[in-house]
Write a protein that binds this ligand. Structure first.
Ligand SMILES: CC(C)(COP(=O)(O)OP(=O)(O)OC[C@H]1O[C@@H](n2cnc3c(N)ncnc32)[C@H](O)[C@@H]1OP(=O)(O)O)[C@@H](O)C(=O)NCCC(=O)NCCS
Length: 179
C-alpha cells in the first residue's frame, strides 16, 4: 500500500526518474535539464533540503520572498516515489490568493489511479495530527478539472473565483476543507 512519508534517500533515485518523466516540484514552473541535474548531483543534500525547507522562496515572477514554514511529504510504495504533498503551516498574502495551505503532485506515469485523492486525504490527516488548523485553503486553476475533482472528493467547499496571481487571464478557484 502506498503511504505518505518524510523524504528519504531510499526514494531519491525514483524521485529523479519522476522528474525525468515530467513530475515538477512546482506546478507553475516546469523542471529543466539543469534543475534535474542539480538534484541528481547531490541526492543527500536534496533530501536534506526537503526536510528543512529554506526561509526564503523564489516567487513565480522571479522575486524573492519569505517562505512560510512548510512540510513536504512523499507518497511512496516500496522504494518507488509516486507523488508529493506540500503543507504550508500558515498562509501569507500570496498564499491567501494562490497556493493555499496544500499542494500536491502525482508523477505522470502514476496518474489516474486515485493517488492524488489518497494523498490529499492522508495529508489532511497529517494536518489534523500535527498542526493547529481548523480548516485549510486549497486553490486550483479553473483549467485543472482533475484537481478540482480531487478537492471536491475530499470535502472541499468552493468559496470564490479570483484572477490568477501568477497567470494573467486565468482564474484561481478557492476551496476550503473543514478539518
Ligand atoms: C491533478 C493531479 C494531482 C491528479 O492526480 P491523479 O492521481 O491522477 O488524481 P486521481 O486519480 O486521484 O483523481 C482524479 C479525479 O479527477 C477525475 N478527472 C481526471 N481528469 C478529468 C477531467 N479532464 N475532467 C473531469 N474529471 C477528471 C478523475 O476521473 C478522478 O475522479 P474519480 O476518482 O471520481 O474518477 C495530477 O494530474 C497532477 O499531478 N497534475 C499536475 C500538478 C497539479 O495540477 N496539482 C494540483 C494543483 S491544485
Amino acid at each position: 500500500m502506498p503511504r505518505l512519508v518524510l523524504p528519504a534517500l531510499a526514494y531519491a533515485p525514483s524521485f529523479v526518474a519522476a522528474l525525468r518523466e515530467g513530475y515538477s516540484r512546482d506546478t507553475l514552473r516546469p523542471e529543466t535539464p539543469e534543475s534535474i541535474a542539480a538534484v541528481e548531483a547531490d541526492l543527500a543534500g536534496f533530501v536534506e533540503s526537503q526536510l528543512a525547507p529554506p526561509l526564503t522562496v523564489t516567487l513565480p515572477d522571479g522575486s524573492q520572498g519569505p517562505a512560510v514554514p512548510f512540510t513536504t511529504l512523499w507518497y511512496v510504495e516500496g522504494e518507488d516515489f509516486l507523488g508529493s504533498i506540500s503543507i504550508r503551516h500558515h498562509l501569507n498574502e500570496n498564499l491567501e490568493k494562490v497556493g493555499g495551505h496544500v499542494g500536491y503532485v502525482v508523477r505522470p506515469s502514476a496518474r489516474g489511479r486515485g493517488y492524488a485523492s489518497a494523498i490529499l486525504a492522508e495529508g489532511l490527516d497529517w494536518i489534523r495530527a500535527n498542526l493547529p488548523l481548523k480548516r485549510v485553503l486549497l486553490t486550483v486553476n479553473q483549467l485543472n478539472p482533475a484537481s478540482i475533482r480531487v478537492i471536491e472528493k475530499n470535502g472541499g467547499v468552493f468559496t470564490q473565483a479570483i484572477p490568477h496571481l501568477w497567470r494573467p487571464g486565468e482564474t484561481a478557484l478557492h476551496y476550503w476543507i473543514d478539518l
